[in-house]
Design a protein around this ligand. Structure first.
Ligand code: NAD
Length: 287
């Protein structure tokens, strides 16, 4: 059987970032305001440092101001809260991103809630989740938005499509399902208690796997010609792999995202898009 077409997330992300550069320049010319991203890192978790460095570099490349803030590992809840309140009030700050996880002595949930919805570039506050659920203007979580962007980039029909999302996390599964419903897909959310997962997935025109179980989705899960989006990231001795058994699924699917190079590169691209949207939102709210 023929191999599936590859959804090239690197190429789509590069296009989004190039487009954004122009959009940022136009926004600056129109408003005199440079969008600014405040990444907030507490402590020195090596993986988090790498992620934050990459977000900062990309925001500068897009023409935005890098307003990074670093607090020590032993920063108190009050100190982090104080910083977030300052950033929330500062007109120079368009977007605030609290890098997760924060050290265990901090209450991440209550910190996140200090980010005002118009600066919530991760889309994780209760307010942003509510705005998404109601289909109202707001900022959407980055990885889920990246999934939609990839489907659109490859002209995969969403309206009326049967989509199975595997995973119901606040970060990926739930918001991606909600975004798909808002685009008129018929969405099934499957999770760890789902019965006959493979059978349910076989009904899908599109499968979005956000499970965190390496290679869970095999050929039995996939209707011939279905589109398979793999959000999973697993680091192993042979490099990165996803929640989908790529070699097994590729001959059955019509389109598939690789790992790496599929959904992954979209996350930062959508963060930048969110930062510009945040600047626009604030400009409309205050202008
Ligand atoms: P999570 O652990 O918070 O959620 C996993 C979900 O999968 C849960 O809702 C659970 O019910 C479901 N699940 C677990 N085992 C299952 C099983 N055997 N059958 C069916 N459902 C099952 O994970 P998450 O934060 O949503 O992330 C999912 C994956 O996506 C991880 O591999 C993570 O590393 C990756 N991820 C990638 C990006 C990116 O930028 N590409 C961003 C975020 C997360």
């Amino acid at each position: 059987m023929a191999e599936a077409g590859i959804i090239d997330g690197k190429a789509v992300a590069a296009r989004v970032r190039e487009q954004l550069k122009g959009d940022v320049a136009q926004f600056v010319a129109r408003t005199g305001v440079q969008p600014g991203l405040a990444t907030v890192l507490v402590g020195g978790d090596p993986a988090s440092e790498v992620y934050v460095a990459s977000k900062r570099k990309s925001s500068v490349a897009a023409g935005m101001a890098d307003l990074h803030q670093h607090l020590p590992e032993d920063a108190t809840q009050q100190e982090v809260e104080g910083l977030l309140r300052e950033l929330a009030a500062s007109p120079a700050v368009s977007g605030i991103l609290l890098q997760l996880p924060v050290p265990a002595h901090l209450d991440a949930a209550s910190l996140i809630e200090l980010i005002p919805f118009e600066k919530d570039v991760d889309g994780l506050t209760t307010m942003s989740v509510g705005l998404l659920a109601q289909g109202k203007k707001g900022l959407r979580p980055c990885t889920p938005s990246g999934v939609i962007e990839l489907l659109d980039a490859y002209d995969v029909p969403i309206e009326g499509a049967n989509v199975v999302v595997i995973g119901r996390s606040e970060l990926v599964g739930r918001p991606v399902a909600q975004l798909l419903v808002n685009r008129n897909a018929t969405v099934t959310i499957a999770h760890s208690r789902t019965k006959d997962l493979a059978g349910i997935c076989r009904s899908a025109d599109v499968i979005v796997a956000a499970v965190g179980v390496k290679g869970l989705v095999n050929a039995d899960f996939v209707k011939p010609g279905a589109v398979v989006i793999d959000v999973g990231i697993h680091r192993g001795p042979d490099g990165l792999s996803g929640d989908v058994d790529f070699a097994a699924v590729s001959p059955v699917a019509s389109l598939i995202t690789p790992v790496p190079g599929g959904v992954g590169p979209m996350t930062i691209a959508m963060l930048l898009a969110n930062t510009l949207r945040a600047a626009e939102l604030q400009h409309t709210l205050t202008g």
